[in-house]
Design a protein around this ligand. Structure first.
Ligand code: C2O
Ligand code: CU
Ligand code: CU
Length: 419
């Protein structure tokens, strides 16, 4: 395969199991830590261009967040030092230099970052072999079999799908209950996921970890950077059965469905696990906690004159903030994303995880709004309100569209948390 760039890692100090290679994959090693762990990571840039790593979904300080203005040059190193504050969940890491994020991720730079905690351990969810973490990505290969990056105003789209950085899209499973985590690691592709023949997909988790209880879905839109965790019981199937995870057309009747991946049920029996009746304890943020409940900050997602994208008409500029992009430390705010365009925009905010307060959907329903989120899909016509606490770190962070070509085409802004 024509992938040129990858993250390579080794454990300098601490448990060996912190890093796990995915065999045959272009993805970086999977990093696995516990809430409360102290983490030090040294990033050495061997690329022929600037880069910096962002820990997507982790609540860390400005210095540890991979802000574009902290990008380092070839041969330079950058040291991260942080304590893992997040709850158990599937997070990830990827480059974040301004204007080059899409290209660098496309070359193969990305990896999974798993956080575990005691609350999750007590649930005795399926683990070891019966826990799968799967990254979905698409790439375009030309007639000569060469990887080609073809960015446009729409993003970049592939003609080939990869699961965990390999083209093995059939996964052997045992007859038993599985915990399956999905990450949409595509630059721009949005899936409309369904499982063939299955009426109820049992969602247990989202971007920021476990939900309070199982949420049954028939299908769902799955946008770049979002995570989705579900339980699936393969013990109701027989040896040799194939279960297909598919993407339906985004708009009914327009386009064809396609297979994302397949599970093939083996003759082996898995370990017995039970679906817990309650998952995680967490409370909904009380809307009255917000300082601006009656006057949400509005963020309009609009194209730039010429080419490119903006938020409220503004493109990315280092060290520039509008008034509404300055937030008082400790405040809780409501932000409203409004999408008058014909394209969906998965909006991501760095820092703490947020919750979706409400959505006045256009015609396309079925976005993942449950639980703690760091990325919310704003469909054409949608007005989506999220509520977020700015109570952990002061300093400058960014928010942007996670269609990586949109991000690189300036659909990104700073916000600053001050005293
Ligand atoms: Cu996954 Cu600022 O990004
Ligand atoms: Cu992020
Ligand atoms: Cu966008």
């Amino acid at each position: 395969m024509a992938f040129k760039w990858s993250y390579f890692g080794s454990v300098l100090k601490g448990p060996k199991e912190t890093l796990k290679e995915i065999s045959g994959s272009y993805l970086g090693p999977t990093i696995e830590v516990n809430t409360g762990d102290k983490v030090r990571i040294i990033f050495k840039n061997d690329l022929p261009e600037e880069s910096i790593i962002h820990w997507h979904g982790l609540d860390v300080s400005h210095k540890n967040d991979g802000h574009p203005h902290n990008a380092i040059k070839t041969n330079e190193s950058y040291q991260y030092d942080f304590v893992v504050e997040n709850r158990a969940g599937m997070y990830w890491y990827h480059p974040h230099p301004h204007g080059r994020t899409g290209f660098q991720v496309y070359q193969g730079l990305a990896g999974i970052f798993i956080v575990r905690d005691q609350e999750e351990k007590n649930l005795n969810l399926p683990n070891e072999e019966q826990e799968l973490s799967l990254v979905l990505q698409d790439r375009y290969f030309n007639d000569d079999g060469q990887l080609e990056y073809r960015p446009s105003m729409m993003g970049t789209f592939g003609n080939k799908l990869f699961i965990n950085g390999t083209d093995k899209r059939k996964i052997k499973v045992k007859q038993g209950l599985y915990r399956i985590r999905l990450l949409n690691g595509c630059n721009a592709r949005i899936f409309n996921i369904a499982v063939d023949g299955v009426q109820e997909i049992k969602q247990i988790g989202s971007d920021g970890g476990l939900l309070a209880e199982v949420n049954s879905l028939e299908r769902f839109y799955f946008a770049p950077a979002e995570r989705f965790e579900f339980l699936f019981d393969f013990s109701q199937y027989s040896t040799g059965d194939i279960i297909r995870v598919e993407s339906l057309p985004l708009v009914e009747g327009r386009g064809k469905k396609y297979t994302i991946l397949e599970f093939e049920v083996s003759e082996d029996l898995g370990v017995m696990f039970r679906e817990p009746s309650k998952l995680s304890q967490y409370s909904k943020i009380n809307p009255s906690e917000a300082t601006n409940l009656n006057s949400p900050k509005e963020f309009e997602l609009i194209p730039k004159r010429g080419t490119g994208w903006t938020i409220n008409g503004n493109g990315y500029e280092d060290n520039r903030y509008e008034n509404y992009e300055i937030i008082k430390y400790g405040d809780t705010e409501v932000w409203e994303f409004y999408n008058p365009t014909g394209m969906p925009h998965p909006m991501h905010i760095h820092g703490t995880q947020f919750q979706v307060l409400n959505r006045s959907s256009g015609q396309l329903k079925g976005c993942l709004d449950q639980g703690w989120k760091d990325t919310v899909l704003v469909m054409p016509g949608d007005r989506v309100q999220v509520i977020k606490r700015f109570n952990t770190f002061k300093g400058t962070f960014i928010y942007h569209c996670h269609n990586l070509e949109h991000e690189d085409m300036s659909m990104m802004r700073n916000f600053k948390i001050i005293d």
